[in-house]
Write a protein that binds this ligand. Structure first.
Ligand code: UDX
Ligand code: UDX
Ligand code: ADP
Length: 480
């Protein structure tokens, strides 16, 4: 029986290994992590991440060929294939601070693999890492040559949160990069055989190591670029009276462009896009390519602009001050169908409104009060460290209350900001909400989930990203 061990039981490692276990009953999969609470949660009925369909997959394999453990060294030693899916935060100090990937966790995992291994192993990079990380890892693994053969593969994960199980079940592609040596190609074939249990052969792409590493950064950069492109258009739409949805639809009909990923929003979030682009920017700078670095930097700049622009719309529409006014924030997760808040635009929007002394009442169906308050208290990039996973008591915020019901959040509010596109926000009784709000009642739709005309008919003053402006909003705008 082939044994797989995955180091890191996070958003990538957990679901990916669960799917491998489900599809490959002949393989034993152990997911290990240094975080005891996280492993305990994976072994409980209350999994540490919310992902549609994940519970069923985990329950059908756990205890059979899928295990979660904190005995990191033991399981690594026993494995034939070791996936490494640990965090790679953005460096917050030293060389490359604010851009470069911090490979501390990766390096310590690699050193540990080297120390405990007694048999040949395939080591698979699963978490996104800078290009040529594999080379560094190879050096660490082989530094005290004990006659063990380590083959490094890059097998980046392309799943998106909220659809992780679908994405893993029917991936657009699986990418495996390896050394072009006979041993390297043998390792590629071994990993390919794992995925071939359920993924059609023509969807398993094999490349050299560097192409695989760079493809992951490039794919995320391209996806984020599409969002920044449509978001940049949304600002122009508001100024000209065009409707961003109509523009996106017309543009997306060109088969060379395609319709997906063209939803204008308050800004993209998530653990990958910004981090990977900043990383790409840093790699370009290190390789003497400042023009290329600047090109990609703009994708992040437009995203920051979009979040700031949203806050400015809110404040300026409400007579240039939100001081002491209750504002309902609907949604805190970085997208619907996940409880993940990493780099969520909600953090920046809340900070902006809190800076203007608003009183926030936040509701999200999947995010706890503890999580929201921790996020609002945290420094930039700090979310990507394991200590972030330990339970902590919520920081006191006089201006923030967290509620478990959208109607409660909106009661007596002056304004509502929709930050996450949860389906339930489309189905709320907005007449009832309007009736219980202060007047004029403002509605700021950061996800274009509501029908603007219907909301205006109820009586709301409405701002929706990239839509023709409400005369009220237009008249009161400062320059944005
Ligand atoms: C373009 C648009 O495609 C068309 O829809 C619009 O109506 C007019 O402008 P055109 O300029 O005729 O059409 O040709 P196109 O095939 O788009 O190529 C434009 C340039 O981009 C060419 O120099 C082409 O060589 C280059 N190109 C195109 C690339 O370098 N790489 C590509 O992948 C595609
Ligand atoms: C992304 C990539 O999609 C995935 O392939 C990669 O493996 C990890 O990074 P994820 O961050 O989980 O996945 O979610 P994604 O669906 O890509 O959304 C990222 C952010 O962009 C979210 O905040 C989302 O709301 C936003 N978004 C997405 C838009 O604002 N508009 C869109 O049209 C699409
Ligand atoms: P991702 O979104 O890429 O899956 P996460 O931050 O959700 O990233 O998960 C990474 C996991 O890796 C965390 O649970 C963290 O505790 C774990 N981890 C980090 N370093 C190590 C290590 N050296 N050994 C075992 N687990 C580790």
């Amino acid at each position: 029986m082939v044994k797989i061990c995955c180091i890191g039981a996070g958003y990538v490692g957990g679901p990916t290994m669960a799917m491998i276990a489900l599809k490959c009953p002949d393989i034993e999969v152990v997911v290990v992590d240094i975080s005891k609470p996280r492993i305990a949660a994976w072994n409980s009925d209350d999994l540490p991440i919310y992902e549609p369909g994940l519970d069923d997959v985990v329950k059908s394999c756990r205890g059979k060929n899928l295990f979660f453990s904190t005995e990191v060294e033991k399981h690594v030693a026993e494995a034939d294939i070791v996936f490494v899916s640990v965090n790679t935060p953005t460096k917050t100090r030293g060389l490359g601070a604010g851009k470069a990937a911090d490979l501390t966790y990766w390096e310590s995992a690699a050193r540990m693999i080297a120390d405990v291994s007694k048999s040949d192993k395939i080591v698979v990079e699963k978490s996104t890492v800078p290009v040529k990380t594999a080379e560094a890892i190879e050096k660490i693994l082989t530094h005290n040559n004990k006659g063990i053969n380590f083959q490094i593969l890059s097998n980046p994960e392309f799943l998106a949160e909220g659809t992780a199980i679908e994405d893993l079940d029917m991936p657009d592609r699986v990418l495996i990069g390896g050394r072009m040596t006979p041993e390297g190609q043998k390792a590629v074939a071994a990993l390919k055989a794992v995925y071939a249990h359920w993924v059609p052969e023509d969807r398993i792409i094999t490349t050299n190591l560097w192409s695989a590493e760079l493809s992951k950064l490039a794919a995320n950069a391209f996806l984020a670029q599409r969002i920044s492109s449509i978001n940049a258009m949304s600002a122009l739409c508001e100024s000209t009276g065009a409707d961003v949805n109509e523009v996106a639809f017309a543009v997306g009909k060109d088969s060379r462009i395609g319709p997906k990923f063209l939803n204008a929003s308050v800004g993209f979030g998530g653990s990958c896009f910004q981090k990977d682009i900043l990383n790409l920017v840093y790699i370009c700078e290190c390789n003497g390519l400042p023009e290329v670095a600047n090109y990609w930097k703009q994708v992040v700049s437009i995203n920051d602009y979009q979040k700031t622009r949203f806050v400015k719309r809110v404040v300026s529409s409400m007579f240039n001050t939100v001081s002491g006014k209750k504002i309902a924030v609907l949604g805190f997760a970085f997208k619907k169908d996940t409880g993940d808040t990493r780099e969520t635009p909600a953090i920046d929007v809340c900070h902006g409104l809190l800076g203007d002394k608003a009183l926030l009442s936040i509701y999200d169906p999947q995010v706890t009060e503890e999580q929201m308050k921790r996020d609002l208290a945290m420094n930039k990039f700090d979310w990507d460290h394991p200590q972030h996973l330990q339970p902590q008591s919520p920081t006191a915020f006089k201006q923030v209350s967290v509620v478990w019901d959208a109607y409660d959040a909106c009661k007596d509010a002056h304004g509502i900001c929709i930050i996450t596109e949860w389906d339930e926000f489309k189905k709320l009784d907005y007449q009832k909400i309007y009736d219980n709000m202060q007047k004029p009642a403002f509605l700021f739709d950061g996800r274009n989930v509501l029908n603007v005309e219907e909301m205006r008919k109820i009586g709301f003053v409405v701002y929706s990203i990239g839509k023709p402006l409400d005369p009220w909003v237009k008249d009161l705008q400062v320059s944005i």
